[in-house]
Design a protein around this ligand. Structure first.
Ligand code: PMP
Length: 362
């Protein structure tokens, strides 16, 4: 029997995360719930040590390496605990005497808090002075730090690094909300981590990419499950990994590869962001919240100039079957998240709604 997911009306899903996944991925994931890899068993009821699941995990690892063009001296592991556990694992594994952080928003702030419990933590730059509406630039990175931690895309505030800081100290990056969305040079980073639930797959699995040679320097006793080496040594199979989330991530990465990889999606993401920011800049009823040069292509944050029109705009948004546009409480207004799987047509629908709103109330 063929399983098809039917949505009665097309919903344009701008959710900030968990967020839109490709429709074909959802269909294949549904199939695997009843018949995984021709076993006539559900993926939810087979051993993670079965040959089919091990092959799936190997394929997921290989796809990460291929899509990100990772050199051989990087290990890829799939973990649990979300990116929030990475806030702790990073200092546990890397912080010997001092760590440097750039604070660009709520997620950086949380990462800093965890590091502070682990050793000297210096916030060398911050945009908190202006409610995180920009990416700090032109700061000095101290040479005596074990690593510098940044958040490449700030999901809540809608800012994104266009260029990453350059220095000789190991660079650690939280790429939870923009991994696989644009090309970058992996050699710039010693450690990359990302919760899956935006561009990679569903919630429940966390990706970590670790450069060989950066671990084992802290002389700290690291609890087994929080030690990256545990998971590297056992190829993400030290304990039961989140197999279903890994499978859906693997399918999403296959979707990306089959469509042309990160280069393809980067061009598509640029096109989508240009469409939306173009409208926001020309429509007098809206105002964007961040410095234009630091705008995120993943999460566009904006406000209405006249709040008394909120109900009218929300009505048009609803009628157009647009979902997930409400802004985060710390910014207010609206946030349009345009992750990889969001088709340009959905952005066009939102732009059309804004135009109509402009005609009616401008
Ligand atoms: N970092 C960033 C940039 C995020 O956007 C999020 C969550 N959306 C997190 C970290 C926290 O991730 P998790 O919920 O997987 O712990």
């Amino acid at each position: 029997m063929e399983t098809t997911i039917m949505t009665a009306t097309k919903v344009h899903n701008f959710s900030a995360g968990p967020s839109i996944l490709p429709q074909e991925v959802l269909q294949k994931a549904a199939e695997a719930c009843t018949n995984f890899a021709g076993t006539n068993l559900s993926l939810l009821e087979v051993s993670h040590r079965s040959k089919e699941v091990v092959a799936m995990a190997d394929n997921a690892t290989a796809l990460v390496k291929e899509l990100l063009d990772l050199p051989n001296d990087y290990d890829v592991v799939f973990l649990q605990g979300g990116a929030s556990t990475q806030f702790l694992m990073v200092p546990f594994n890397l912080l010997k005497s001092k760590a440097a952080y750039v604070n660009t928003g709520a997620w950086s702030t949380k990462a800093i808090k965890e590091a502070k419990g682990m050793g000297t933590t210096e916030v060398i730059a911050s945009s908190e002075d202006d409610n995180f509406t920009y990416i700090p630039k032109g700061y000095t990175i101290p040479a005596d730090t074990d690593y510098l931690h940044i958040t490449s895309n700030n999901t809540i505030y809608g800012t994104q690094y266009q260029n990453f800081p350059e220095s000789n100290i190991p660079l650690v990056v939280d790429m939870s909300s923009d991994i696989f969305s644009r090309q970058f040079n992996p050699n710039q980073f010693s450690l990359i981590y990302a919760g899956a639930q935006k561009n990679m797959g569903p919630a429940g699995v966390t990706l970590a990419i670790i450069k060989k040679g950066v671990l084992g320097k802290t002389e700290r006793k690291i609890p087994t499950m929080l030690n990256y080496q545990t998971h590297i040594d056992k190829e993400s199979m030290f304990n039961t990994p989140p197999v279903f989330a890994m499978y859906v991530s693997m399918l999403t990465m296959e979707w990306l590869k089959n469509n042309g990889g990160v280069a393809w999606v980067e061009a598509r993401n640029k096109q989508k962001a240009d469409m939306l920011y173009g409208e926001l800049d020309s429509n007098p009823l809206f105002v964007t919240t961040v410095k234009p040069e630091d705008r995120s292509r993943m999460n566009a944050t904006f406000l209405l100039k006249d709040n008394s029109l909120e109900e009218e705009f929300n009505k048009l948004v609803k009628e157009a079957n647009i979902s997930g546009l409400k802004g985060h409480r710390s910014v207010g207004g609206y946030r349009a998240s345009m992750y990889n799987a969001l088709p340009p047509e959905s952005v066009q629908v939102l732009v059309d709604v804004m135009k109509e709103f402009g005609r009616k109330f401008g």
